[in-house]
Ligand binder design. Structure first.
Ligand SMILES: [Zn+2]
Length: 325
């Protein structure tokens, strides 16, 4: 498609406007008065430049000469998404949440242990408070990471900034106390990233963030034109078990078909020498007919060779160091 080129003066003015830190309220106030097709250049640029992908952080080489980094993560939502976050306490869905820590997580951990594959487990604080024994189960293997995934799987964009900040601060405190160490990674519940989220993540000193989708490769987050020093480990709905494994949804796919999508994603990452990151959920993928998809994927990766399996923290530290950040 052919694009018309705006004049340099227009671009410069838009960039100047966009690069000045512009909080969400300003962006929304500017945008609110007019239909989007009548927005000024500065309004559009300010909107898209709230959070942007900066430089590609793919290193020249992965550790051990590996071609590709493989990052497996589990969002251990359990009861928080099975009702609690919406204030509903229906017994049936809550029992599916209990399945997550009672049956699914142990099955997932047995597979990872057998394959010697490390993973990162993102917890809403309430998921840990309900079943703190999950910490011991995860830490027994001595290779996994525990990170934070909100307080009760709240939707950040539905909250005002101070409330979002308070919930994340108390979540980090709770996870730190229960897991015995302060998490360095953050993933927004439902990947729901409010215009305040990045400022909060920066203020709290996280090493990395993993909720956004501007690349397949690790990159540096840029806020209103300013590089933040925070590593983004991007996600994608293609690389998530939740939408396609929902038997009540309208897009259910057999697990072995989903496994093939993941294998194709991995093979291209292997060719391109970049990164493969998969998001799963114990209460979804820990079922017997679905764990075979993860098992088949890991077997494929192991057989192909050249993969560096790492936690998100290990990968974030490595790319940051390699980039001289
Ligand atoms: Zn989640």
């Amino acid at each position: 498609m052919r694009h018309t080129t705006p004049s340099l003066a227009v671009l410069a003015a838009a960039l100047a406007a966009a690069c000045a830190p512009q909080p969400r309220a300003d962006v929304e106030a500017t945008a609110a008065g007019a239909a989007p097709w009548d927005w000024s250049d500065s309004t559009v640029f300010a909107a898209v430049n709230q959070v942007r992908a900066g430089r590609d952080l793919t290193p020249a080489a992965w550790p051990g000469g590996a071609r590709v980094a493989v990052l497996i993560s589990f969002d251990v939502d359990n009861e928080t998404v099975q009702g609690l976050r919406d204030g509903t306490v229906s017994v049936g869905p809550l029992s599916q949440g209990q399945y997550g820590h009672r049956t699914a997580l142990p099955r997932v951990l047995r597979l990872l242990e057998g394959e010697r594959v490390p993973a990162t487990f993102f917890f809403p604080a309430w998921s840990l408070k309900i079943a703190p024994e999950q910490v011991g189960m995860i830490q027994a293997a001595g290779m996994h990471e525990i990170a934070v995934h909100g307080w009760i799987h709240e939707r950040n964009s539905a909250l005002d900034g101070p409330t979002e900040r308070r919930l994340l601060e108390q979540a980090v405190d709770a996870v730190t106390e229960i897991a015995g160490g302060r998490p360095v990674g953050y993933r927004a519940p439902s990947w729901n990233f409010s215009p305040n989220t990045l400022s909060i993540v920066r203020d709290m000193g996280f090493l990395y963030e993993s909720s956004l989708m501007a690349d397949d490769r690790p990159y540096e987050l840029v806020q209103a034109g300013e590089p933040t020093g925070i590593v983004e480990l991007p996600v994608e709905w293609i690389l998530d078990d939740a939408p396609l494994f929902n038997p009540q949804g309208d897009s259910y796919s057999p697990p072995r078909d989903v496994m093939q999508v993941w294998i194709d994603e991995f093979d291209k990452a292997w060719e391109e020498r970049t990164m493969f990151l998969l998001t799963m959920h114990p209460h979804i993928s820990g079922h017997r007919s679905r764990i075979v998809a993860l098992e088949g994927l890991i077997d494929h990766i192991q057989a192909k060779g050249g993969a560096w399996f790492a936690t998100h923290e290990e990968a974030a530290r490595y790319v940051k160091e390699q980039a001289g950040m």
